[in-house]
Write a protein that binds this ligand. Structure first.
Ligand code: NAD
Length: 413
């Protein structure tokens, strides 16, 4: 796999060059402000002790506290977390949220751990990063293999250590403890809005456009549901165990049931079973990578047949792949715009926590739609004006905003 941190830094360097950013800002913004590496000792169910490695990276806080998810995965690395934190800085800036970027992760395989082991790991990891997180410092959220329950344990641990209830320390919480309506579906809903915005902008109808989705977790599942309800035809879906494809369409509700009952989409019967790799190369109008980084690289970019790639995952397309796709006329709706629905509703959750006043799902979705549309319009307008890609445009808007904030604040001391 290509190193995501190298990819993120190259993207930054290129955009900084186009923007003509001053040297001191280039040097400052191409590194994370702070990274912390912690050992997380966990007593396993069989009585043995295992020590996991945890990370938290805060890339930038010029526009507000750091914000970004926590990932549990056996392949988590420091470089991955650093890259994801830089992308969070840009994502929050494109959406004009008062946040910087952060990301965290623990190198573990939660699929082989019991609920009790995951809870103990979460609580110990939280206590190790306690000093650098908080509603005004750095606010974690769910990412790959973490969910509302994990957020609840983080909030509880942080609250116990603080001696008071602190719901605003994490977002993506269950509703009963201060979560927001609409947060679970928010990333998928943002992907859906981005595609609708794109087709509307191009004055193209949705028709029965076909969609392939790589990854059927939080981001992929809700995107599938919403797109199907708008008339799109979901023809292929994969998860870590393989893929299913049916050119006549897959019933998304049924697929969700099969995944819930059997843990994988591959057990869905009304479709052809193929490999997770093959599904990427099938015919479709839209391909939505919603799993991990570097799904599309220089090694396979020329095999993609979709006309539009909408990045629900962070960093699924490498820089070399970006170039190949551009040459082939394939449109990429970039992650820092397309998957920002999650962090937008996280921002709404944080606001509701501060005010102890809660909004309806309709209010949340309407505000999300408006923010996604404003950001989309800004990105596409600049892209057309400068004849650049949507990723270049989104990065330029974001980096300019962060650079402006850094410049106004100046350098301490
Ligand atoms: P998740 O854990 O809910 O789901 C991940 C899915 O990807 C699972 O279905 C898993 O089986 C699948 N997967 C893993 N490896 C795969 C592979 N090689 N091929 C096909 N499928 C594979 O995670 P999520 O929260 O949906 O996150 C997915 C992506 O979306 C990540 O890049 C994440 O950073 C990004 N994202 C998530 C959010 C959010 O709010 N959850 C917000 C923005 C971006």
């Amino acid at each position: 796999m290509e190193n995501p941190w190298k990819i993120a830094q190259q993207q930054f360097d290129r955009s900084a060059e186009i923007l003509g950013l001053e040297d001191w800002l280039r040097l400052k913004l191409r590194e994370p402000r702070r990274v912390i590496i912690v050992s997380v000792p966990v007593k396993m169910d069989d009585g043995t002790l295992k020590v996991f490695t945890g990370y938290r990276s805060q890339h930038n806080t010029a526009r507000g506290p750091a914000k970004g998810g926590i990932r549990y995965h056996q392949d988590v690395t420091l470089d991955e977390v650093k890259a994801l934190s830089m992308w969070m800085t840009w994502k929050c800036a494109v959406l004009n949220l008062p946040y910087g970027g952060g990301k965290g992760g623990v190198r573990c395989n939660p699929k082989t751990m019991s609920t009790g082991e995951i809870e103990r790991l979460t609580r110990r990891y939280t206590s190790e990063i306690f000093d650098i997180i908080g509603p005004e410092k750095d606010i974690p959220a769910p990412d790959v293999n973490t969910d509302g329950q994990v957020m609840a344990w983080i909030m509880d641990t942080y609250s116990v250590l603080s001696g008071k209830n602190v719901p605003g320390v994490v977002t993506g919480k269950p509703l009963d403890i201060g979560g927001s309506e609409g947060r679970n579906a928010a990333t998928g809903r943002g992907v859906y809005f981005t595609l609708l915005n794109y087709f509307r902008n191009k004055k193209q109808s949705i028709g029965a456009r076909s969609v392939i989705i790589q990854g059927f977790g939080n981001a992929g599942r809700y995107a599938a549901m919403l797109l199907e309800s708008a008339g799109f035809k979901v023809v292929g879906v994969s998860d870590s165990k393989g893929a299913v494809y049916n050119q006549n369409g897959i019933d998304v509700k049924d697929l969700i049931r099969v995944k819930a009952e059997t843990t994988s989409v591959v057990n869905y019967k009304e479709a052809e079973k193929i490999s997770g790799e093959e599904i990427l190369y099938k015919d479709a109008d839209v391909l939505i990578p919603a799993a991990l980084e570097s799904a599309i690289t220089y090694a396979n970019a020329d095999r993609i047949r979709a006309k539009i790639i909408c990045e629900a995952a962070n960093g699924p397309v490498s820089n070399e792949a970006d170039k190949i796709l551009q040459e082939r006329g394939i449109i990429v709706l970039p992650d820092i715009l397309a998957n920002a629905g999650g962090v937008v509703v996280s921002y709404f959750e944080w606001l509701q926590n501060m005010q102890s006043y809660y909004w309806t799902e309709q209010q949340v979705n309407e505000k999300l739609e408006l923010m996604m549309k404003t950001a989309f319009d800004n990105v596409i307008t600049l892209a057309e004006e400068k004849n650049i890609t949507l990723r270049e445009s989104a990065l330029m808007i974001a980096i300019k905003r962060v650079a402006e904030a850094s410049k106004i604040k100046g350098l301490y001391p």
